[in-house]
Every structure is written in structure tokens, then in C-alpha cells.
Design a protein around this ligand. Sequence first.
Ligand code: ZN
Length: 391
Amino acid sequence: MDTHSWLRTLISLDTTSRLSNLGLIETVRDALRRLGIDPWLNASATQPKANLFATLPARDGSTQGGIILSGHTDVVPVDGQPWRSNPFTLTEREGRLYGRGSADMKGFIAAVLAWAPSYVANPGCKPVHLALSYDEEVGCLGARALLHEVVQRGIRADGCIVGEPTSMQPVIAHKGISLYHCRVHGRAAHSSLTPQGCNAIEYAARLISHIRDVADACKAHGPFDEGYDVPFSTLSTNLASGGMALNVIPAECEFSYEIRNLPGSPAAGIQARVSHYVESTLLPRMRAECPDARIDITPGVSVPALDGCAQTDIARLVLSLAARQPRKVAYVTEAGLFQQAGIPAIVCGPGSIEQAHKADEYVTLEQLEQCDRFLQRLGLALGQRRQGGFG
Ligand SMILES: [Zn+2]
């Protein structure tokens, strides 16, 4: 099947993160088996989901080294979005292919699967590996389990290309993200008797303001990396709730915030400034009103930044294949996890992040053609090189 046909098939399999991805994984597994390749699945312990990993061996049969082509199989929901056509039926209009996941990121997976027969029939000096994950959109959960098994199995690779939509412009670095949930516990009272209560919403508001102050300090004083569209680490409170009635001083308030850190500026260091304010300023004031007042901050999902540069072997290879300048982005991908597992990674795939997650998500035919040419050149680059690196 060509890239277009594969994309039609992949889009028709609804892999919204809350659903199983096994239909897609089994379809891909069966297609690879027909090529004589036997992928292994890494099943989720708690959900009907699996990651898939396949190695297309080198000409001499070797399975170590080479390049991993990686993509996530899940897509974000379409609930409430005004789509002009069925999001799970690939629809072509004016050079664009519409469907949920067309850009993020089934277009890349389709192109890789379309090229797999060629990599198998005409192997290079280095293997090509396929890595498909679940639950990327809800915290890069599948890739963690997949990489754990990759390491356990002793699989080594020279580098990984994560095909998130970058309009085929190589992304050598991205920020990390860390989520935190905060619960402020005060004391309830009738709202006519304020001295008897400890107002959790008011203290939460002070803490949220302080998080904004830390964000403002990052913006004013850095560290900076002008390679990013937002060239400093950011903090933002994005959910909050609290209180139970208009005339009751609230005992509880909770909110969630995120830190998006530049590589080299760990989230833990930024979070320490939030915790310090809680311990040194906020809690003493609360406890003067209510001795058992508490502020509990629980870390949630965290994905490491991708700390790459244009001089690594994988970056040089991908920059030459794509013939484009490198870029840095604020959004998170699984590439940071590959790097953390000791596999140098870079992000490059068809479609624009502008279209991802929205109604009428699309990838252009031109982008898919660029990706096809990229994968063709990758095969040649791996085949034409001698043993001992692709630098
Ligand atoms: Zn994605």
C-alpha cells in the first residue's frame, strides 16, 4: 500500500486516547508479518492497548544500531469540534487530506509503513526500527513502557526520528513539561464570621499569583534561548476550583499548574521557588489562623526536554535528508524520553502543528510527498554507508 492508502486505513481506525489502539496495532503487525518481519508488542498492564516495535534487519542480518522511526498511534478527541467531514474518513479537498490524526501523526506512520517493504526488500548496511506507542496525548505514557522494554532487550540504535508534525523541518530541541496539582486546606466557617475560618480560595489565589511572579521572573531574567518562539521557561495555572456556597468560607481549593522548562533549566529548580514561598510565607500565615491548615502539592505527568544540537550524528543526518535549517519548539514530544533512554533523537514529520488537535485537521499531499522523499533518502543513506556510523 502507498502512503495515501495507509493513511486512509489508519484514519479509519479510531484511536482516540480513551479507546483501545489494538485494532491499529494488529493491522500494522499483520502487514509487517506479511513482509517476513515479526514485531513484538509491549502490552499495557491496565488497558487494552499496546506498543509495537519492529526491526527491519540490515543486509547482513544485523539488528543492532541503525535508526528508529517513531510515532504515537493515539489521537486527541473530536468531541464538540465542528468538522466539515467525518473525522475518521480520510477526505481529500484541494490538495489536503482531512481526518483526525492526519497531521498528528498518522501521516508519518503511513509513510513509514509504505516504505517498509522497500527497506525489507532492499536492506541497507544498518537496520531500520519502527516504534509505535499508545497514550502520547495523555502524557507520553506508552513510550515509557516501550523504552523500558527496548533497554531490557538490549536493543541499541544510533538515533531516533520522531515524526511529529514539524512541516518536515528538523526540530533538534524542545522544552520539557511538568504538571503539578495543588490542594489548599483551610477551615470552613459561616461567612459572617471570617475570623473563625481560614479561606482556602484566598490563599490559593496568593499562591497562584506567586506562580505568576515566578513566571514573570523567568521572562525578565531568563535563562533565555532565542532559538524558541517563547525563549524562556514558562509557568501557567490552567485549572482551578473551590468553595461550596456563597455564604461559606471555603475550606478547600485546588488548582493545577504547569512548568514548561528550557533544556538545561530543570523544572525541579523552578518548582523549588514555588515550594519555598509556600513554606516560608504562606503556611505560617495560614497556620496563624488555623493550626492544621495545609498546602499539598503533588507532582503529575512530567516529560523531559529534548536537549539536542545540530552537531549530533542524528541531527546531521536528518538535516541533510530534509535539507532544512534546524528549529527548536515549545511543545513536548516523545523525543525527550528517547534521549533520556540513551538514544539520540530528533523530531521531523509531515504536517503542521498548527493543524494538530483542531477541527478539520489535515496534512497536505505536498507534505506527504516530502516525507516520502525523506524516507527514500534515509534508506539510501543507510544503505550507502559503510559500517561504523552514518555521520
Ligand atoms: Zn503528536
